[in-house]
Design a protein around this ligand. Structure first.
Ligand SMILES: NC(=O)c1ccc[n+]([C@@H]2O[C@H](COP(=O)([O-])OP(=O)(O)OC[C@H]3O[C@@H](n4cnc5c(N)ncnc54)[C@H](O)[C@@H]3O)[C@@H](O)[C@H]2O)c1
Ligand SMILES: [Zn+2]
Length: 359
């Protein structure tokens, strides 16, 4: 088992990573002194796969549990779903001390987290992430949100969990496409902060894809550590967390223009390729980094080229991105593998040129 401590004063918590650790949830919650009633929030797919061992673990430590369902899908990360959950929580007698357990991917984590942040002005939240993306990214850091209108994550709060319990064994049932989404974020962490992680990925990607427990535990722990450090230095997202958006400015635009047909991790992979190419054109890094990144992304089953989309539309979509300040687009560029910097001084003509090259 690996444990990462997120140090946020009174809001500090542990991220526990291990194969099969869901079955220790009851024990972990007891040690945190949580109330003996618990509400599991999940979707039918994940419930079927993983709620039995979770419920057994909770029952064995004297917890009484209620399970609340949200249908599967990003479209259910909404105020309407939150409204239904508030109603069900009231019906089931949930109190201010009753922990909400988010069992699922980032959609469930963000929605249950949002509900936990707001129900009775805030109740305890426990993240039980079951996708790689949720284990390395969305379950850590306390950003919780729902989508509203056409906008993603625009109604939200900061609400840190009491703990994150990442069971690597749950990844065995995850579709390959979802696995690739998570690996994209892991590669992102390596490029922004950890050259050894990058080398580790180059050496062990096949092992990771074969879901080797040790390899999974290693990359999840390293990624969680990096996210934890960034969050510790910028809990409320005042600037430093920006580095976590490496590849995401173009990535979000690609997702939007593709009408969300291109998955997040795929779009971010294209965005990361664009960033290294821009950095190389500016003479900041050598061509070798482009070659290494492209090779790694391809092996992970990620896109490195821009499919069919119009470059002009992508440029336009970027103007609407929330990271645009005073009309300038902010980019995170690599200085080397493991080191990035933030700049709003990239000529849009260069961005457009690179996107054309990526077609
Ligand atoms: N809060 C944050 O800081 C943060 C960061 C990144 C992303 N996010 C959010 O996370 C969401 C994406 O999360 P995601 O990629 O986990 O998607 P997801 O939650 O939709 O899960 C992907 C799919 O996998 C299924 N699934 C989950 N666990 C499974 C398992 N173990 N076996 C089989 N199937 C399983 C889900 O039912 C779903 O169909 C987005 O809404 C995004 O905005 C939030
Ligand atoms: Zn992302």
């Amino acid at each position: 088992m690996k444990t990462i401590r997120v140090k946020l004063g009174q809001n500090s918590y542990n991220i526990c990573i291990d194969s099969g650790i869901l079955s220790q949830t009851g024990q972990i919650l007891r040690e945190l002194g949580l109330n003996d009633k618990a509400v599991i929030i999940t979707n039918p797919i994940v419930e079927k796969l993983y709620s039995t061992s979770l419920k057994q673990s909770l029952a064995s430590k004297g917890f009484r549990t209620t399970t609340l369902f949200v249908p599967d899908g990003e479209e259910y990360k909404s105020l309407e779903s939150a409204g239904k959950l508030y109603h069900q929580l009231t019906e089931s007698g949930a109190e201010r001390t009753t922990p909400l357990l988010a069992l699922g991917g980032g959609v469930i984590g963000d929605l249950a987290g949002f509900v936990a942040a707001t129900y009775m002005r805030g109740v305890p939240l426990v993240q039980l992430p079951t996708t790689l993306l949720a284990q390395v990214d969305s379950s850590i850091g306390g950003k919780v949100a729902v989508n509203h209108g056409q906008l993603k994550n625009n109604i939200g709060a900061f609400h840190q969990p009491k703990t994150v319990i990442s069971d690597t064994a749950t990844l065995k049932t995850l579709p390959d496409t979802e696995m690739a989404n998570g690996i994209s974020e892991v590669i992102k962490y390596a490029v922004i902060k950890d050259k050894e992680l990058f080398t580790y990925l180059e050496k062990n990607l096949d092992l990771i894809k074969s879901l080797d427990d040790n390899a999974l535990e290693t990359i999840i722990a390293k990624s969680a550590q990096i996210k934890a450090e960034v969050v510790e230095n910028d809990e409320k997202d005042m600037g430093l967390r920006n580095t976590l958006n490496f590849g995401h400015t173009i990535g979000h635009a690609v997702e939007t223009v593709s009408d969300f047909e291109i998955a997040h991790g795929q779009a971010v992979a294209i965005g990361m390729m664009a960033m290294v190419k821009i950095a190389a054109k500016l003479g900041i890094i050598g061509p070798n980094i482009i070659i290494r990144l492209e090779k790694l992304l391809k092996r992970a089953g990620l896109m490195t080229r821009l499919p069919r989309l119009e470059v002009k539309q992508i440029m336009q979509a970027m103007q609407y991105d929330k990271k645009v300040q005073s009309g300038k687009i902010r980019f995170i560029l690599p200085r080397a593998i493991g080191e990035v910097f933030i700049t709003d001084d990239v000529n849009p003509a260069l961005v457009e040129k690179i996107l054309m090259e990526l077609k």
